[in-house]
Write a protein that binds this ligand. Structure first.
Ligand code: KG4
Ligand code: ZN
Length: 333
């Protein structure tokens, strides 16, 4: 089954052609970073307008790069939510119209489950069940994945997402946007044990997260240290990153222990973080767990993961209707 995937939940316009939910024939992502960078974050109205400009070219490019004709597309899978309403509407409306015009089925999928399906696009994907940590700009959750369509949530963030903490921390340090990758890069030159930032483990809520405190903590640190030299900046970034990574890895490992599951995975934009990848691998080794992490290009938002996810619902006969609408939030997740 050849599926056209479409992703437009935030600030990346993506289109991809994926065969049988596992083989990427093409995946094209138009990033809007340069549009939003001057504002230090995503401006929803601008994001929607940029998606409008990009949607037709990005889909055409994906089809052309896959070397297929539109007639060979069997179905369309598109992000239905969560995300920015204006952005989601562009991809979702396009997908409806495109599938209707071609007379093929289409399905709206959950962006978060799409991130999990990115694992299927690697040669070495995990058998079921596995425990996965989803770490992105808007979400931080742990799931127990029993099959491609049977996913149980074990915990989620009670306030900020890990990616949001990275981005806000970077903003406070004056590092630019998006900050996660900048913190990752400069931390390599810093001492991760130099400053003790708070780790919130939420004893009574074992698999939930809270990252709002660390944001306040780095803000206070910067206010109390008016002159920060370059070397100190590296130490602050490395120490800040380590505090986030400590909690993420601890909770993932403990969730796997609780579920007696020896396969663990990390997905989402923050799963591209080099320290998190190393740390989870090290911690997993101590427990004899196998670790699965998509390559960095499949961690950030892309349409191949949306095609890969939709494939399983379509195969089971899942179909969306022309009257279906996008959603901005998931109740838990
Ligand atoms: O999954 P994603 O592309 O979009 C959402 O669904 O939110 O995740 C974006 C988030 C941003 O907060 C970005 O700063 C963060 O992922 N990110 C990173 C790294 N690369 C992207 N955070 C830490 N280290 C990285 N290398
Ligand atoms: Zn995402």
């Amino acid at each position: 089954m050849i599926v056209l995937g479409i992703e437009s939940s935030c600030d990346e316009s993506g289109a991809a052609i994926v065969c049988d939910g596992i083989k990427i024939l093409s995946s094209v992502v138009y990033s809007q970073i340069s549009t939003h960078a001057p504002y230090g974050g995503v401006v929803p109205e601008l994001a929607a307008r940029k998606h409008m400009e990009a949607i037709v070219p990005v889909v055409s490019e994906a089809i052309q790069k896959a070397g297929i004709s539109p007639k060979q597309i069997d179905a369309v899978s598109v992000t239905q939510g969560p995300g920015l309403i204006g952005s989601l509407l562009v991809g979702f409306s396009f997908a409806k119209a495109y599938a209707f015009a071609l007379g093929i089925p289409w399905i709206g999928v959950n962006h978060l489950y799409g991130h999990i399906s990115a694992l299927n696009l690697e040669d070495n994907s995990p058998d079921f069940p596995f425990v996965v940590l989803l770490v992105s700009g808007g979400h931080t959750s742990i799931y127990y994945v029993k099959s491609n369509t049977d996913i149980e949530i074990l915990g989620h963030t009670l306030d900020d997402a890990a990616g949001e903490a990275f981005d806000k921390g970077a903003k406070i340090l004056g590092l630019g946007y998006p900050g996660g990758i900048i913190i990752d890069n400069i931390s390599k030159q810093g001492d991760k044990n130099k400053i003790l930032f708070p780790r919130v483990y939420l004893d009574k809520s074992l698999f939930d997260f809270s990252f709002s405190g660390i944001k306040t903590s780095i803000n206070r640190y910067v206010q109390n240290n008016q002159t920060i030299y370059k070397e100190q900046l590296f130490d602050i970034a490395a120490s800040f990153q380590e505090a986030i990574v400590d909690v993420l890895s601890f909770k993932l490992i403990n969730a796997a222990i609780k579920k007696q599951c020896e396969r663990i995975a990390i997905v989402g934009g923050v799963a591209a973080n080099s320290r998190l990848r190393d740390r989870v691998k090290d911690d997993a080794k101590k427990h004899g767990f196998s670790v699965y992490i998509p390559s960095p290009s499949l961690c950030g938002d892309n349409a191949a993961m949306i095609a890969a996810n939709g494939y399983h619902y379509l195969k089971e006969g899942g179909r969306s209707n022309l009257t279906d609408d996008v959603f901005s939030k998931v109740l838990v997740g």
